[in-house]
Design a protein around this ligand. Structure first.
Ligand code: SF4
Ligand code: SF4
Length: 85
């Protein structure tokens, strides 16, 4: 059976050409969004935990991170707003 997935509010875009794997974002995000995979020597993110504070975006030394609002929205009507869904 297919797994249902609620779209995240924010999407973390990391420019892999700019990222130097310094892990500053891993250390400073209070929500543990970013994590380092030692075997791949890469930093990844779990978008579902991001609250959109833009702190990592401001502190990244190479401007590799962009936090963007997820453009995927639920169709809203009088009874069903996205917050309710
Ligand atoms: S702070 Fe920026 S450069 Fe450093 S690991 Fe995170 S995204 Fe990469
Ligand atoms: S925007 Fe804030 S919550 Fe989201 S990943 Fe960056 S520091 Fe963490």
């Amino acid at each position: 059976m297919a797994k249902r997935r609620v779209p995240t509010e924010f999407i973390i875009v990391r420019d892999k050409d700019k990222c130097i794997e310094c892990q500053a974002c891993v250390r400073m995000c209070a929500n543990d969004v970013h994590f380092y995979d030692e075997s791949l020597n890469k930093v990844f993110s779990d978008d579902s935990k991001c609250v959109g504070c833009h702190f990592c975006e401001m502190l990244c030394p190479t401007n590799a991170i962009s936090i963007v609002r997820n453009p995927s929205e639920f169709k809203q009507n009088f009874n069903w707003k996205s917050e309710t869904i």
